[in-house]
Ligand binder design. Structure first.
Ligand SMILES: [Zn+2]
Length: 306
């Protein structure tokens, strides 16, 4: 079993440097004598987990974290995220060859954060895309309401803040990475090692190296997919975006795969709310994510030829 892990690790870490050595050897030969060598990357992006944020906690729901999400003036985040996720599932399976899209929630009923991460890992997702809408909290302002004994009297009032506008990509923050390590250890590393349910020794140096290698790889890929989606929103759809931000988010840290949380727009901003609920807005968001996933897939599966 150890040998199997060791081989896997060697392939992962030394695979790319072997290609470089191979390239530099060929460069000594004349152009005409170069043997055509194709290095095919065996990774395939097969399963994408789409996670529509929030929902209504059903009666008798199992214990866990649930959250109803934000509201706008006429719509709710949970309805917008489900509508976008259902469209995205259909579009990904139609437009990206060989890809299956699995939803963590398909009805109004909320699914706990714990269960969402479990669905992602059980379905052996290669990529996790969580769909949300942003919202700004009310501002607390002090307002002068009069004078008493020649002194001004104030009261505090809550004022809705509708100034937030545009998209935002969240990737997991490093402070949650212990949980991510455990998820990787329990799902990815055990799977590779073919242990058939036997627990791995968490202190085994080989397990530690493998886990760290996955962590580094997943983080890089999370940044890549977030950038691809952000670029499509900004460059193709001409939308405003706050770019990428790191945050400790349960579902992202507990999913042993590259993951991004897409804040599709501010539901408490009148323009964004209109856009998020419109057929055109939802289609633009979906098409942008599909193009981003295609670019990401090509980048991961690209065939190197020399
Ligand atoms: Zn949300």
């Amino acid at each position: 079993m150890k040998n199997k892990i060791l081989n896997r690790l060697k392939n992962m870490i030394f695979g790319s440097s072997a290609l470089l050595i191979c390239l530099s050897l060929f460069s000594f030969k004349s152009e005409h004598s170069i043997k055509k060598d194709t290095v095919v990357n065996s990774f395939k992006l097969r399963t994408i987990i789409i996670d529509p944020g929030h929902g209504i906690k059903p009666e008798g729901a199992p214990p866990g974290h649930y959250s109803r999400g934000a509201s706008g003036s006429f719509s709710s985040e949970r309805n917008v995220t489900l509508a976008i996720a259902l469209k995205l599932q259909k579009a990904l399976e139609k437009d990206v060859a060989g890809v299956k899209a699995v939803l963590t929630r398909t009805t109004d009923d909320d699914v706990s954060w714990e269960r969402r991460a479990e669905i992602a890992n059980q379905n052996k997702g290669n990529l996790f895309i969580s769909i949300h809408c942003n919202s700004l909290s009310d501002r607390i302002v002090r307002e002068r309401i009069g004078t008493r004994k020649r002194k001004p009297v104030y009261r505090t009032v809550r004022v809705p803040d509708r100034s937030g506008k545009g998209a935002l990509m969240l990737i997991y923050g490093l402070h949650r990475s212990k949980e991510e390590e455990n998820a990787i250890k329990n799902n990815q590393v055990e799977e590779d090692s073919d242990l058939n349910g036997d627990a791995l020794d968490p202190n085994d140096p080989m397990v530690i190296i493998l886990t760290n290698e996955y962590k580094r790889k997943f983080r890089k890929q999370s940044v890549n997919i977030a950038n691809f989606i952000n670029d499509e929103f900004v460059q193709t759809d001409g939308r405003r975006s706050e770019g990428l931000r790191e945050q400790g988010i349960f579902v992202l840290c507990h999913s042993a795969m590259p993951s991004v949380l897409v804040e599709t727009g501010y539901i408490n901003n009148p323009d964004d709310e209109e856009y998020l609920n419109s057929e055109n807005g939802q289609n633009e968001i979906v098409n942008s994510i599909v193009r981003a996933v295609s670019n990401y897939k090509n980048q991961l599966e690209q065939v190197a030829t020399n």
